[in-house]
Design a protein. Structure first.
Length: 278
């Protein structure tokens, strides 16, 4: 009888998780399909909703609440930069009970020429509403097509594949090399639902060590999106104790952009809660 009850409980939990995931996915897709129709999407937003446009431009990394997103972002910034509007086409959706990431292709004419950007929109939810939306794209196109900035030529081969960034970053992380970690991560840094002044504010190495952490290792890295200026990667990893025994395995999605000729880590989110030593 206990075994039957356990099976029923597991099925119930699995179904509940699946229902949340499907609900998040449907809400995020509906939002993207109607993002320019404010009255349709406003009811989907949590009262503590915040929006952040990532990258390295004059409109980047500022937190917009509901009113700012409606009045400033959609009422002033977008009409000024894209006076003829924009079409957005959903290319892929990654979703679970924690949140949803949508890969989008844009088609528009900016104030300085063709503006066909690629985007990743990361949604987080609370009380069945969108509490956080972070937008990643090629800020190179934003700078040149929307703000008429000029570029300095950089050899693309020198940037490397974004998946290679993980190997370099993990060396710094395992050495607790705060100086180099901060050189290859953005400020502010976004992790799950939180905004930090810098990456090293999100993690407490002393806390990780006290909980048994000795080092982390790569299980698998996959590039989900890369247009040469912005990328989304999936990173499976393990945490090991001092006896080289893995005691935790998890997955994190990293969002990167190219800044000053190299990949920079802007933010990440995990499908499942991840102890960070705090």
């Amino acid at each position: 009888m206990k075994k039957v009850l356990y099976i029923i409980f597991v099925i119930f939990i699995s179904c509940s998780s699946s229902n949340v995931e499907n609900s998040n996915k449907k809400t995020a897709i509906f939002f993207m399909e109607n993002i320019l129709e404010i009255e349709k999407v406003k009811p989907l937003l949590h009262e503590n909703f915040n929006f952040t446009f990532m990258g390295n431009t004059i409109i980047s990394k500022k937190a917009y609440d509901i009113e700012d997103w409606i009045d400033q972002w959609n009422g002033e910034i977008i009409p000024a930069l894209l006076p003829n509007g924009i079409e957005l086409f959903i290319k892929d959706v990654i979703s679970d009970e924690q949140g949803t990431a949508i890969l989008v292709k844009g088609d528009a004419e900016g104030i300085n020429g063709e503006y066909d950007n690629d985007y990743v929109f990361v949604f987080k939810f609370k009380d069945n509403k969108i509490i956080s939306l972070v937008e990643y794209n090629s800020d190179l196109l934003v700078a040149t097509r929307l703000y008429k900035n000029k570029l300095v030529s950089i050899d693309p081969a020198s940037i490397g594949d974004p998946s290679e960034f993980v190997s370099e970053f993990l060396i710094y992380f395992n050495n607790q090399d705060v100086l180099n970690i901060e050189k290859v991560t953005s400020s502010p840094f976004y992790f799950n639902d939180e905004k930090y002044n810098k990456y090293t504010d999100a993690f407490n190495f002393e806390g990780l060590v006290s909980n048994g952490w000795s080092y982390s290792s790569i299980i698998n890295v996959k590039t989900l999106f890369n247009n040469g200026h912005a990328a989304l990667i999936s990173f499976d990893f393990a945490r090991h104790n001092s006896e080289d025994i893995p005691y935790l395995k998890s997955r994190v999605f990293y969002m990167l952009t190219v800044e000053e000729g190299r990949w920079i880590l802007n933010g990440g989110y995990t499908p499942n809660p991840l102890p960070m030593g705090n």
